[in-house]
Design a protein around this ligand. Structure first.
Ligand code: SAM
Length: 213
């Protein structure tokens, strides 16, 4: 995503009411922040926010938190929120490596990973968001029976992600290697920006849905 250097993006984020600026202070208190008892779903690496905002519009009784590492990308999501503010969406700028400092044990009901960066070099495998190292972090913050949904058109990354499940506390409930031709798994599918881009080029989309044992 080539949006990393928009001048002043950090300052604009600092002024936004849609962003939680000190997320570690809300560890264990996210439901209070939303002022309701609804389930909390997070998207890690949300990019410009299309998926999380469309999901939030379709499911007003679910709270959504969008996490994005880069200010200039997050800014695009903030601009979308300014056009259509949604009470059930909060945005955070942070690196997902810190996720256990921000969410308490069992605080999260579902994690979405959509078109995560592939980090193709072996020495960077731990940075891949569906890696075993990250699954351990997700295990800490998801409630029992909590779920992870991962979509990508990158077959190598997907094969890696499936292999990582063997030693993880997660069980795959459903897997497809061609989501858009899988009528059952397409029910309720909400497209991400990358999904639209790559599926329109004819790339098959892989998806798994995991449950925490
Ligand atoms: N999810 C969106 C979609 O499907 O259209 C965007 C996909 S884009 C390829 C991946 C996004 O994840 C980028 O915006 C990137 O900055 C973000 N990202 C990558 N690693 C991250 C990390 N460790 N923590 C938070 N965000 C991260």
């Amino acid at each position: 995503m080539r949006l990393r250097n928009i001048t002043g993006s950090r300052e604009m984020i600092a002024e936004s009411d849609f962003v939680v600026h000190e997320p570690k202070l809300l560890k264990g208190k996210w439901k209070a922040r939303f002022e309701n008892d609804h389930p909390i779903y997070i998207e890690i690496g949300m990019g410009k926010g299309r998926f999380i905002m469309d999901s939030a519009r379709a499911n007003p009784d679910i709270n959504y938190i969008g996490i994005e590492k880069y200010s200039a990308v997050l800014l695009r999501a903030i601009q979308k929120m300014e056009e259509d503010p949604l009470p059930n969406v909060i945005l955070i700028r942070m690196d997902a490596e810190e996720i256990t400092d921000v969410f308490d044990k069992g605080e999260i009901d579902r994690i979405y990973l959509n078109f995560s960066d592939p980090w193709p070099k072996d020495r960077h495998a731990k940075r891949r968001l569906p890696s075993g190292a990250f699954l351990k972090r997700y295990d800490e913050i998801l409630k029992t029976g909590g779920t992870i949904e991962f979509k990508t058109d990158n077959r190598e990354l997907f094969d890696f992600a499936v292999e990582e499940l063997e030693t993880s506390p997660f069980k795959a409930e459903r897997i497809t290697y061609d989501l858009h031709n899988d009528p059952d798994m397409m029910i309720g599918n909400i497209m991400t920006e990358y999904e639209e881009k790559f599926s329109s080029k004819g790339n098959p989309i892989c998806k798994y849905e995991l449950v925490r044992r």
